[in-house]
Design a protein around this ligand. Structure first.
Ligand code: FAD
Ligand code: NAD
Length: 476
């Protein structure tokens, strides 16, 4: 039986970071991945295919818009499989970074097979090999939650694991769930030409976002999608022609919708149920692995990262956690995970950027002593020139100007808001962003405009203006 300093179960965003990092530090590492190729959800069924599809759809949307605005005519049928080929090409390109042989060349022993704990130090791979890990990382990710809807299994449905294999554009698509997966994909399909209806349990969109931000994104999406809020799919039947008839309940109302495809995007569940964790002392909470800030589970030599944790189900968070585990599991450090400065972006059009506390959270946590700076994009020259004025930047600080949160809706916001992540993480005050020269006219100037308000408030409120006036009078 082979013995390792570190055994990593699951070769996705988190596991690959941990395995590569540990091997580069000289540790003997085994990586167990059930699929033929590592890469995980993000590469095969998540971030990469969804962003490739979003971009393809955006190009078509832009062409249609341009035709309308500039008076030319678009001709011919949409070649939807061409969009899917684009998606597959993006995956294949990035797969080279996550290739099993590339990891072998780094010194990692890569095993293909399903990893399962035999006990707290031994992991069985498939039905054969067993490896010993002095320390072990659980990074097995998550999978879609499939709600118990009558007729759903019999009628057939799509999830993020199958939607990127579609070869025909559905004329009518029903998306169940208005979270980031549902919204990003719903908007893309609408842009290809599907009629899309989104069915959501909750009364509105994106409950975790700042409530000033939500109306902008809702207004944008309602132009392209039909929403049914406070709605529940009651049952689904297959019609003679193969279409799907969906019965939706909304209050006392029963609504019938026919569709060619149904996409289920109702959340995720962690892949911890078949891991043999009952053979260990690793504790779960509703299926999620319970960890300390050091990412150690209730068995100190077993660590967990990525979507098996409840904390922050994003690729960049899994990568950050993977790096922390390298330090802790390989060098015995006690580094703690901290999500305070970790942003997320929802890649709808316009994009939604989220960092730190929302205004509502800041008021609960800090009280009234917070400051809120807002700029709408119709006040920012570059967005006016682009005719992309739907959106806003909002920054929340404490009374001294230290950044507590930042929230934006706007074209490309995921890229141009990154400046504030650096500022927040480095402990800069909002005023410092105002002092940085931004080339004119960039989109990032929107953030600077919000930051300028800090000085404006300082200069024109309180005692400062009185002192300034006295000084100027004296100087004259
Ligand atoms: C449609 C969609 C879009 C997304 N878009 C974004 C985005 O734009 N930005 C972003 O930050 N996040 C995005 N995410 C989330 C992101 O994909 C996940 O947060 C990220 O992949 C989690 O990484 P992970 O390492 O925990 O899991 P994964 O990357 O899923 O890796 C887990 C790996 O473990 C393997 N595995 C599971 N069980 C076993 C076992 N018992 N033995 C061996 N191997 C096993 C799996 O095959 C898989 O390779 C998206 C997700 C989806 C579904
Ligand atoms: N851009 C990104 O970073 C990105 C993109 C996609 C996904 N992700 C990650 O994937 C995770 C999961 O995304 P998601 O959208 O699947 O989940 P989610 O939990 O964020 O949203 C699911 C939505 O479905 C609704 N819902 C649940 N059951 C329902 C039902 N039976 N009928 C109608 N509505 C129902 C919920 O109220 C919720 O609004 C996200 O939390 C995120 O971390 C990230």
């Amino acid at each position: 039986m082979r013995k390792y300093d570190l055994v990593v179960i699951g070769g996705g965003a988190g596991g690959l970071t941990a395995a590569a990092g540990a091997a580069s530090m000289g540790a003997k590492v085994a990586l167990i991945e059930k699929e033929k190729q590592p890469g995980g959800d993000c590469l095969h069924y998540g971030c990469v295919p969804s962003k490739a599809l979003i971009e393809a759809a955006k190009k078509i949307h832009t062409a249609r818009f341009a035709a309308d605005e500039f008076g030319f005519v678009l001709q011919g049928e949409l070649d939807f499989p061409a969009a899917i080929r684009r998606v597959k090409a993006a995956i294949a390109h990035i797969q080279k970074h996550d290739d099993a042989d590339r990891f072998r060349n780094m010194g990692v022993d890569v095993f293909q097979g399903f990893g399962r704990f035999k006990d707290e130090h031994h992991v069985e791979i498939g039905h054969g090999d067993v490896v010993y890990g002095k320390r072990i990382v659980i990074s097995t990710g998550s999978r879609p939650v499939i709600p118990p809807i009558e007729g759903l299994a019999e009628t057939g449905f799509l999830t993020n694991e199958t939607v990127f294999d579609l070869q025909r554009l559905p004329k009518r698509l029903i998306v169940v769930g208005a979270g980031p997966i549902g919204l990003e994909l719903a908007q893309s399909f609408a842009r290809f030409g599907s009629q899309v209806t989104v069915i959501e349990y909750a009364a509105g969109l994106l409950g975790r976002e700042d409530q000033d931000i939500v109306p902008y994104i809702r207004a944008a999406l309602e132009k392209e999608l039909t929403f049914l809020f406070n709605a529940k799919v009651h049952k689904i039947e297959k019609l003679v022609g193969g279409e799907k008839r969906v019965t939706v309940l909304r209050g006392d109302e029963s609504i019938l919708l026919d569709a060619d495809e149904i996409l289920i995007a109702t959340g995720r569940r962690p892949n911890t149920d078949q891991l043999g964790l009952e053979n260990t002392g690793v504790q779960l909470d509703k299926g999620y692995v319970v960890v300390k800030e050091t990412l150690q589970t209730t068995v100190p030599h077993i660590y967990a990262i990525g979507d098996v944790l409840r904390a922050f189900p994003f690729t960049h968070a899994a990568g950050m956690e993977g790096k922390i585990v390298v330090g802790n599991a390989v060098f015995g450090l006690r580094r703690k995970v901290n999500y305070e400065h970790v942003p997320w972006v929802t890649y709808t059009d316009p994009e939604i950027f989220h960092l730190g506390l929302t205004e509502q959270e800041a008021r609960e946590k800090i009280g009234v002593e917070i400051r809120v700076y807002k700029v709408t994009l119709d006040d920012v020259d570059r967005f006016v020139a682009d005719r992309e004025m739907n959106g806003m930047v909002k920054v929340i600080t404490d009374e001294k100007g230290l950044i507590l949160g930042a929230h934006t809706v706007g074209k490309g916001a995921g890229d141009w808001m990154q400046e504030i992540v650096y500022a927040k993480q480095s402990g800069h005050k909002i005023g410092n962003i105002s002092n940085v020269v931004h080339p004119y006219p960039t989109h990032g100037a929107a953030l600077q405009r919000a930051a300028d308000q800090y000085w404006r408030k300082k200069l024109f409120e309180g005692v400062v203006p009185k002192i300034l006036k006295m000084y100027i009078r004296w100087f004259r």
